[in-house]
Design a protein around this ligand. Structure first.
Ligand code: ADP
Ligand code: TRP
Length: 332
């Protein structure tokens, strides 16, 4: 039986962090054996907000290296750059005729960008969800592992697929968000002000490229308080976040010890942070070192990109041929 098709992308907008790792990459790694996976660096998407030409290539190679260092195997999955697959912009153009200005203007991520950068409200930003739909539909994917913030974009991709199908004939399956557990992990920033991010909250975000010292410093500065006033109290979200981080990096005994301490009002956050910092260093260091090694070997990364693009284009060409035929672009 053929495997189900999976697509996901990460924008090349900077250094990857624990949110990207636990929200996305960890799932990619877990999916690579059981599914037919297409994972890519969304470099065109990054142009909507980060147009510095000098930063683009290092950023693309970094995302690639950090994905590989996290366990993605380019032999098992197609790992490529979005801009290496010209069929994607072709499908994007076709889908643009099925996307309406009104619905695009209502997308919360678009509205956020307009608020943050009123001087740069470009059409690429408006049609961001259309390009993302093209990324997914180009392989006729059914599963898309992404964080919670991407659910609305997925819903739009389903709408565009459905509109195409009803106008031209059944062709695209409707892609669904995929996650292993019912809850998506959301990693908050260590100062409790938002999520860990490539471009915001940088001093309270742990990056896969952080040095051991950076990691220790950031964790020791994480927001805490006086501790719970009564046994078994509900946790404030910034404390909960430390336990989330502990649950993904420390052993079960450590987690149980600090959970018991919290529940019996004996928790010492200084001790908890020290422990978490050491466990986090042990977790991040091998990924960081492996990624740095990968990044130094540009020839291998280029080869991976090339092979990935070939695999992706093979699948994309079949979709484009089918879509052109259904639309009536069928002249020779
Ligand atoms: P960023 O917002 O840091 O620029 P992207 O938008 O490129 O990251 O997101 C890439 C993937 O990482 C998406 O699937 C997104 O849902 C996930 N992700 C990003 N930040 C977090 C976070 N703090 N916690 C969990 N998942 C996240
Ligand atoms: N919009 C996604 C993000 O910001 C990145 C992305 C672009 C993507 N195209 C995609 C994710 C296709 C999944 C599938 O995280």
């Amino acid at each position: 039986m053929s495997k189900e098709i999976v697509v996901s992308g990460i924008r090349s907008t900077g250094h990857l962090h624990l949110g990207n790792y636990f929200g996305a990459i960890q799932n990619y790694v877990k999916m690579q054996d059981a599914y037919d996976c297409y994972f890519f660096v969304a470099d065109y998407h990054s142009l909507t907000t980060h147009p510095d030409p000098k930063a683009l290539k290092p950023s693309v190679f970094r995302v690639l290296a950090e994905n590989i260092a996290s366990g993605l195997d380019p032999e098992k999955v197609a790992l490529y750059a979005q801009s290496d697959v010209p069929e994607i912009p072709e499908l994007y153009l076709m889908l643009n005729m099925l996307a309406y200005k009104g619905e695009l203007e209502k997308v919360p991520t678009f509205k956020d960008k307009v608020r943050l950068h009123p001087e740069n409200v470009n059409a690429g930003l408006l049609t961001y969800p259309v390009l993302m739909a093209a990324d997914i539909l180009i392989h006729r994917a059914v599963k898309v592992p992404v964080g919670k913030d991407q659910e609305q974009h997925l819903e739009m991709a389903r709408n565009f697929a459905e509109r195409f199908n009803s106008r031209y004939g059944e062709f695209f399956p409707e892609p669904q968000v995929f996650r292993f557990n019912s809850e998506t992990v959301k990693i908050m920033s260590l100062d409790g002000t938002g999520k860990m991010s490539k471009s915001e909250n940088v001093n309270a975000t742990i990056y896969l490229s952080d040095t051991d010292e950076d990691i220790r410093k950031k964790i020791m500065k994480a927001k805490t308080d006086q501790g719970p006033a009564e046994p078994n109290a509900a946790m404030p979200d910034y404390i909960q976040n430390l336990f989330v981080l502990m649950s993904v990096t420390s052993g079960p005994e450590t987690i149980a010890r600090f959970t018991d301490a919290y529940n019996s009002c004996n928790i010492r956050y200084g001790d908890m942070k020290k422990q978490l910092a050491e466990d986090m260093v042990a977790f991040v260091a091998p990924i960081r070192d492996h990624a740095a090694e990968q990044q130094r070997d540009e020839a291998t990364l280029r080869k991976i990109l090339k092979t990935g693009a070939e695999k992706a284009r093979e699948s994309a060409a079949v979709t484009i041929a089918g879509a052109r035929k259904l639309i009536g672009i069928n002249y020779y």
